[in-house]
Write a protein that binds this ligand. Structure first.
Ligand SMILES: NC(=O)c1ccc[n+]([C@@H]2O[C@H](COP(=O)([O-])OP(=O)(O)OC[C@H]3O[C@@H](n4cnc5c(N)ncnc54)[C@H](OP(=O)(O)O)[C@@H]3O)[C@@H](O)[C@H]2O)c1
Length: 335
């Protein structure tokens, strides 16, 4: 395997006031890093493109706000090339927060080994953060029961596309909310959900009410904002809202206010609204991976991926993700 002598790195260059653009990133070339004692050199195979990367620019989240000049952080998969680290062997596939770059020097305690027999696409999506988030958020926070109506926003995205299918497997009537007629058609025809509503078409409130004639028992919220407010008004008594993300809020200067109805609607309908982070559930990761793997094998679960080739295209991939130009998990193949 040829190794370059240079390491390309995408730097977060400046803070966006509105939508993020190419001007907020800078491509830098650094010398190839050399592994010291106890370290290994790995070549990045693929990097994850996530809405959270935009939220990290906006504000402090579960991690400190990004500072211009930093390497763009990202979950990534890499292949070990040479190793002075006990337990890391050349050829092994590892995962970690390696950032948008070609090569990374790692120590064993900062990485997890992954099964090299599994596809990079599965290791990056359905068997990783987005699939696990859908699994735990739906089953542990949403707790759907057979026959209930489950609504998922961001339904055609990485987390959403898995969440809707898990709710179907749980025996529910499933309604997805997504941007555009094509995504809605795909959700119904390809993923087999019961109905899909295009929030960009206008009249969301009426369309969602028509798609949920018995109200909403579980709402898996990927978007926050107006979609949350609209769905809130359709919730049934003792409904559950799993707050997974707020992507409608990320690609702007800061949080907007709202939604109206909190806490009033929560009180008189006794709704349980709960935010969660995947990290709260990682101790049960193996159980979830097994279930997801079995569903994939049996054909009950599809794992759509939007893969872009070339590290040079990572910033554009993030821009495209935030504009909704993806079906399923967005990732960049680096090598
Ligand atoms: N809690 C956790 O531990 C955890 C872990 C991973 C991800 N998340 C959250 O899960 C959510 C989905 O993440 P993902 O990785 O699966 O991304 P994704 O859904 O694949 O991509 C983002 C999607 O957001 C939609 N979107 C963009 N702007 C929007 C707006 N203003 N209103 C409504 N939808 C908008 C777009 O789809 P449309 O075409 O439909 O607009 C786009 O495809 C995010 O909020 C993320 O922060 C949470």
């Amino acid at each position: 395997m040829t190794t370059s002598t240079r390491n390309r790195q995408w730097i977060y260059a400046s803070r966006p006031d509105g939508a993020v653009g190419l001007e907020h990133f800078q491509l830098r070339e650094a010398p190839l890093p050399a592994p010291g004692p106890g370290q290994a050199l790995a070549r990045v195979r693929a990097v994850s493109i996530d809405p959270a990367q935009r939220a990290w620019m906006m504000t402090k989240t579960y991690r400190p706000q990004l500072v211009p000049g930093e390497l763009m952080p990202a979950f990534a998969l890499a292949e070990v090339l040479e190793s002075n680290a006990p337990g890391l062997k050349p050829g092994e596939i590892i995962e970690g927060d390696f950032g948008w770059q070609d090569y990374v020097v790692v120590t064993p305690e900062r990485v997890q080994r992954r099964d090299a027999a599994k596809s990079i696409e599965h290791l990056m999506g359905v068997l990783h953060f987005t699939g696990l988030t859908a699994y735990f958020g739906m089953l542990e926070v949403g707790r759907p029961r057979p026959g209930e109506t489950v609504v998922v926003s961001g339904a055609a995205g990485a987390v959403g596309s898995i969440a809707v299918q898990i709710a179907k497997i749980a025996g529910c009537r499933v309604v997805g909310i997504a941007g555009g007629a094509e995504k809605c058609r795909w959700l119904v025809q390809e993923l087999g959900i019961d109905a899909a509503v295009d929030y960009k078409a206008g009249g969301l409130s009426e369309a969602l009410a028509a798609a949920c004639p018995d109200g909403v028992d579980v709402y898996f919220d990927n978007t926050g904002g107006e979609i949350l407010e609209t769905t809130l008004s359709l919730m049934n008594v003792h409904g559950r809202i799993a707050c997974c993300g707020a992507v409608s809020q990320y690609d702007q200067g800061g949080w907007s206010t709202g939604p109206r109805g909190v806490p009033g609607v929560l009180i008189f309908k006794r709704i349980h609204m709960e935010g969660f982070l995947l990290t709260d559930f990682l101790k049960d990761r193996k159980v979830a991976e097994k279930a997801l793997t079995n569903w994939l094998r049996s054909g009950k679960l599809k794992a759509p991926v939007e893969a872009v080739n070339g590290l040079e295209n990572a910033p554009q991939a993030l821009i495209d993700l935030l504009k909704g130009r993806n079906l399923g998990k967005m990732l960049v193949r680096v090598s």
